[in-house]
Write a protein that binds this ligand. Structure first.
Ligand code: FRU
Length: 330
């Protein structure tokens, strides 16, 4: 047999070389059989690099910093997966532009946690129609022009919070409700679930304000509620920063001990720490979706189907069950 260098090689030697090459390839494949890549069908895409564009609506809140960290940690477990993170700094315009930029730069997949429902619907739909898979996290958009939505059931969380409040106040009392941004789906749904639970009881919502998920706005709103109402029994805030802001306002005028504070998110470093310190009385875990988003992204990138909606579970934490890791919602 003629080798390319001009040297000759015998047929048996040639067969031996072919066998050796096949053996090396086989060994390599079996050594990677347990990796997520292999489970998602790596053999078809060996060597391919995947780029995910991630647009986070703000990094000014600990829950979102945790979401990005969870995405990063999960992505590190997959080979050749790179995430480009962008922070929209609470600006709808900036976030719309970021999605358009991801489309232009030709990323393989977009993950977005939208600031608001309506304004982000169009750019997400455009990306999706352009053939780029889009995973929407936590805050929903309108219609169905996206690949997959991942989040928890905010109506169920609001309802569970309302049920706990009715039970704790024995069916009557004065409540301040500090809503999350009412232009976002979690804000609307946490309010709706809570309203369902208190319907027909003697719980009166004496003051309502949209604190836009922000501790400083919650604090300011609570300051006005405190000056207007001498008898406040409980504050229901749509997130833990809101509950803590309200607590700080009440503490500043010596009224915190007489008021019960309820929040949502239940991050170990935030809500659960407030609970342990006795600043707030209950919180509900709102999962960051990071790990689930990357698992879904990997499947989508490998041509596998994922459900249109992935609903994650939540847990309730009170002083009584904190040590036991809270309890699942009914
Ligand atoms: C962070 C946050 C969380 C809340 C979520 C709702 O921006 O406000 O506290 O649970 O967004 O989308």
């Amino acid at each position: 047999m003629q080798w390319y260098s001009g040297k000759t090689i015998s047929l048996p030697a040639c067969l031996a070389i072919v066998l050796l090459i096949l053996c090396i390839a086989g060994c390599h494949r079996s050594s990677t059989h347990k990796s997520p890549a292999a489970m998602a069908g790596k053999s078809a895409t060996v060597g391919k690099k995947w780029v995910i564009g991630m647009s986070q609506c703000t990094l000014a809140e600990p829950w979102r910093v945790q979401m990005d960290a969870d995405l990063k940690k999960a992505a590190a477990k997959y080979p050749n997966l790179k995430i480009i993170f962008k922070d929209a700094q609470n600006s709808v315009l900036k976030q719309r532009a970021q999605i358009a930029e991801f489309v232009q730069s030709g990323v393989n997949l977009i993950i977005v946690s939208p600031k608001e429902t309506a304004p982000l619907t169009e750019p997400i739909a455009k990306a999706y129609k352009a053939g780029i898979p889009v995973i929407v996290l936590d805050r929903a958009v309108l219609g169905n022009q996206y690949t997959c939505f991942i989040g928890a059931n905010n109506t169920a969380i609001g309802r569970a919070a309302g049920t706990w409040i009715v039970h704790t106040l024995h069916g009557k009392g004065n409540v301040v409700e500090l809503e999350g941004s009412m232009t976002s789906s979690p804000g609307q749904e946490r309010n709706a679930g809570f309203q369902q639970a208190i319907k027909g009881t003697q719980i009166h919502v004496i003051y309502t304000a949209d604190m836009k998920w922000q501790q400083n706005i919650a604090r300011r709103e609570m300051e006005s509620a405190l000056t207007r109402f001498p008898d406040i029994n409980l504050v229901y805030a749509a997130n833990d920063p809101g509950a803590y802001g309200a607590y700080l306002a009440a503490k500043a005028v010596g009224r915190a001990k007489k008021i019960i504070f309820v929040g949502i998110d239940g991050l170990p470093s935030e809500g659960l720490a407030y609970l342990a310190q006795g600043y707030i009385d209950a919180t509900f875990r709102y999962p960051t979706c990071g790990r689930h988003a990357i698992a879904a992204a990997w499947k989508i990138l490998h041509g596998k189907k994922v459900p249109k909606h992935i609903t994650l579970s939540s847990r309730m934490f009170t002083k009584a069950n904190l040590k036991d890791g809270g309890q699942p919602l009914p």
